[in-house]
Write a protein that binds this ligand. Structure first.
Ligand code: HEC
Length: 276
């Protein structure tokens, strides 16, 4: 937990305000909120609507790249946004403990399920009260975009170098113009395997870490850009387009097949396979 968050907590506890409906193992808050007070901190939480006051997506995306090396992909994707919103919102965003999302690394405790960048992004989107369509857009962007985008190369060309993020004393510079792959899946295992098969890089290698750190950059850039646009004007809703198999396979035959993931990311059949 950062010093400023800690001191803010102490200050608010002294002032008699109750902070934090969140308890995490190992973290015991001094006071528990009464049910009425807990309701006051229920999401959605504030997000700036004035474009002049909104977080800069590029700055947060670079920070995500740095945090990845210290705390993994899910923490890297949620913490930059939590941190930047904490300053003006100490009783909501400011109550969240750093490292909460470390669990999401490697597709939840290295289980290879939902990519941590999507876990972190989806949490932030929901906490700001933005609609599911934005989550859909981010999930679909991850699955269907050649990643990493190498967009971070522009930051490097402009003279940016990563700042150490504790406990990591040094953060490797991004490798230039690395190979990309399109996952067609939101799963850590499937997407990372797709990339290692494309590149020949091994899991745990310098190249793999570089790819995942850049995915954090890409997803924070995407998420913050969408959130800024939506909260500035609620008419700025992305289409939230899903994979074409969702519009065909489910309504045609498989209404009980749960989910929005592309059916053909796991099944060999093509849409309409059993139709006359
Ligand atoms: C992440 C991988 C994955 C995705 C994505 C996926 N499935 Fe499946 N699906 C499975 C697995 C695993 C089974 C179980 C297969 C088995 O036990 O043989 C299954 C079973 C099924 C079955 C047979 C069970 C039943 O209820 O009749 C159908 C039909 C099916 N899926 C349709 C779909 C459709 C339609 C989609 C897209 C909306 C989809 N699946 C997306 C992995 C997936």
């Amino acid at each position: 937990m950062s010093e400023n968050l800690m001191s803010r907590r102490k200050f608010l506890t002294k002032a008699g305000a109750v902070v934090g409906a969140v308890t995490v193992s190992g973290l015991v808050l001094a006071e528990r909120p009464s049910p009425a007070e807990a309701v006051a901190t229920a999401i959605p939480w504030p997000y700036p609507t004035d474009p002049a006051l909104q977080p800069d997506p590029e700055t947060l995306a670079r920070h995500a790249y740095e945090i990845y090396y210290a705390a993994g992909c899910a923490e890297a994707t949620w913490w930059p946004i939590v941190e930047v919103l904490s300053a003006d919102n100490p009783t909501t965003w400011g109550t969240l403990p750093k490292s909460l999302f470390k669990y999401g690394g490697g597709g939840v405790a290295s289980w290879g399920t939902l990519c941590g960048t999507l876990n972190g992004s989806a949490a932030i989107i929901a906490m700001t009260g933005a609609p599911t369509k934005i989550t859909d857009e981010v999930m679909q962007y991850y699955g269907e975009t050649p990643l990493p985008t190498n967009g971070i190369d522009k930051a490097v060309a402009a003279g940016w170098t990563p700042t150490p993020f504790p406990p990591q004393a040094t953060i490797p510079a991004p490798l230039p113009n690395v190979p990309t792959s399109t996952a067609h899946s939101q799963l850590c295992h499937a997407s990372l395997s797709q990339w290692t098969m494309t590149t020949g890089a091994a899991d745990g290698s310098r190249d793999q870490k570089d790819r995942c750190a850049k995915a954090c950059y890409d997803l924070v850039l995407k998420t913050t850009t969408l959130l800024n646009a939506y909260h500035a004007d609620h008419a700025n809703l992305p289409l939230g387009t899903l994979d074409p198999t969702i519009a065909t396979c489910q309504p045609l035959c498989h209404s009980s097949a749960k989910g929005k993931m592309a059916c053909d990311s796991c099944h060999d059949q093509v849409p309409g396979h059993a139709l006359p």
